[in-house]
Design a protein around this ligand. Structure first.
Ligand SMILES: Cc1ncc(COP(=O)(O)O)c(C=O)c1O
Length: 326
C-alpha cells in the first residue's frame, strides 16, 4: 500500500494524540464540503439506477461529450493499464504515486521525467501521463502542449492520460472538451473541490467505444445509489461551484501568504493546497505534528504539502507556525 495524506490513524499512533484532536492538513480536500442533503431511504433499499442522469449532469458540468462514472478516479486510473499490452509509460517523478503503481503492477515499464518529457522520451513512450495541475507540486501544463503531445502519441496508437483531479477551480484549462479524441483520457474526481472524497465518485472522459469497453469491465453497480444522488446535486449546483471557486482562491492565497510570512515560501500549489520544498521538511513536519497539525511529508525531494484549514482552524495553524523557529 502506498502512503497517502489523510492517514490520521498513523499520526495518532505515532504522536499519542487522539484522532479528534488533530488538525488534518495532509490532503488537498476542500475543508468546506458540498452540503449533504437528506437522503430518501429508498436509495439504500433499491439497487442503484443506471447512471444515465448522472452521466448527463457530468457531461454538462465537464463540457465533455462522453463520460463514465467510476467509484472515484482511483477506480478509473487502476483500470486503464489493463487495457494495453505491456508498453513504455512516461510520467513525472513527483506525482500522485498511484499512477506509477497501477501501471507497474499491470506489467508496464514506467520511465520518469522531472518537469517535462524530452523529445527522446516522447518518441519512445506509448503512454504519457500527467496530473494537471500536478499533485503535489502544483505544476500546470498548457492546453496547447498537452494537445501537441496527444497528437504525437495518437498517430502511433499511443495515449495521453491527464488526471484533472484538481482542475475544478480552473475549468478553462481542462482538456474535457477534447476528450472524445482517440487516445486521450481525462480523469476527474468529486473528492477534492467538492470535498466529497468519501462518496467515491469520479469520472473517466474518453472516446465512446473505449468507455463502453471499460464499463463492461467494471460491471454493474459501480456507484452506490446515495453516491449517485449526492453527486448529481453537487454537479448541478452552479452557484455553489462559483462561490467555492472564489473562496478557494482566496483561502489558498491566504495560506501561501501565511507560510511566506514564516519563512516558508511555497514552491507551488493549487487552490486546494500549497507545496513547500524545504531541506528541513521532515523536521517541520514533526514540529507541526507536535502541535497536532498533520501535513503530508515527502522524502524525495524533501517537501511538505499543506491543505487548506477550515475557517475556525486558521488561528491554530498561525499560532503553531509562530511558535516554531524556522
Ligand atoms: C491526483 C489525484 N488523482 C486521483 C486521486 C484519486 O481520487 P478519488 O479516487 O477520490 O477520485 C487522487 C487522490 O488523492 C489524486 O490526488
Amino acid at each position: 500500500m502506498l502512503e497517502h495524506g489523510g492517514n490520521l490513524q498513523q499520526a495518532a499512533q505515532q504522536y499519542g494524540r487522539p484522532l479528534t484532536e488533530w488538525l488534518d492538513l495532509s490532503t488537498g480536500i476542500n475543508p468546506q464540503h458540498y452540503p449533504i442533503a437528506d437522503l430518501p431511504a429508498a436509495l439504500f433499499h433499491r439497487l442503484p439506477a443506471v447512471a444515465d442522469s448522472l452521466h448527463a449532469m457530468a457531461q454538462a458540468y465537464y463540457g465533455a461529450s462522453h463520460v463514465l462514472a467510476c467509484a472515484g478516479s482511483q477506480a478509473a486510473l487502476q483500470v486503464l493499464p489493463r487495457l494495453r499490452a505491456p508498453c513504455r509509460v512516461a510520467m513525472p517523478r513527483t506525482m500522485y504515486q498511484e499512477h506509477a503503481h497501477a501501471w507497474q503492477q499491470a506489467g508496464h515499464s514506467v520511465q520518469f521525467f522531472e518537469r517535462l518529457p524530452d523529445d527522446a522520451l516522447l518518441q519512445q513512450c506509448e503512454v504519457l501521463l500527467v496530473c494537471n495541475p500536478n499533485n503535489p507540486t502544483g505544476q500546470k501544463y498548457a492546453t496547447e502542449t498537452l494537445l501537441a503531445w496527444h497528437a504525437e502519441l495518437a498517430q502511433r496508437g499511443g495515449w495521453l492520460v491527464v488526471d484533472e483531479a484538481f482542475m475544478d477551480s480552473t475549468p478553462q484549462h481542462s482538456l474535457a472538451s477534447h476528450s472524445g479524441l482517440t487516445g486521450l483520457w481525462v480523469l476527474r474526481s468529486l473528492g477534492k473541490f467538492f470535498g466529497l472524497a468519501g462518496l467515491r465518485v469520479g469520472f473517466l472522459l474518453g472516446d465512446p467505444t473505449a468507455l463502453r469497453h471499460i464499463a463492461a469491465l467494471l460491471g454493474p453497480w459501480t456507484l452506490t445509489g446515495p453516491s449517485q444522488y449526492l453527486a448529481e446535486l453537487a454537479l448541478a449546483d452552479r452557484s455553489w461551484q462559483q462561490a467555492t471557486r472564489m473562496q478557494l482562491a482566496v483561502q489558498s492565497a491566504k495560506l501561501a501568504q501565511l507560510l511566506t510570512q514564516h519563512g516558508l515560501t511555497p514552491s507551488g500549489g493549487t487552490d486546494l493546497f500549497q507545496y513547500l520544498q524545504h531541506p528541513a521538511a521532515q523536521q517541520l513536519h514533526q514540529a507541526l505534528a507536535i502541535h497536532g497539525i498533520w501535513t503530508r511529508y515527502f522524502a524525495d525531494p524533501q517537501a511538505l504539502r499543506f491543505g487548506l484549514p477550515a475557517e475556525a482552524d486558521w488561528p491554530r495553524l498561525t499560532q503553531a507556525l509562530g511558535s516554531m523557529a524556522v
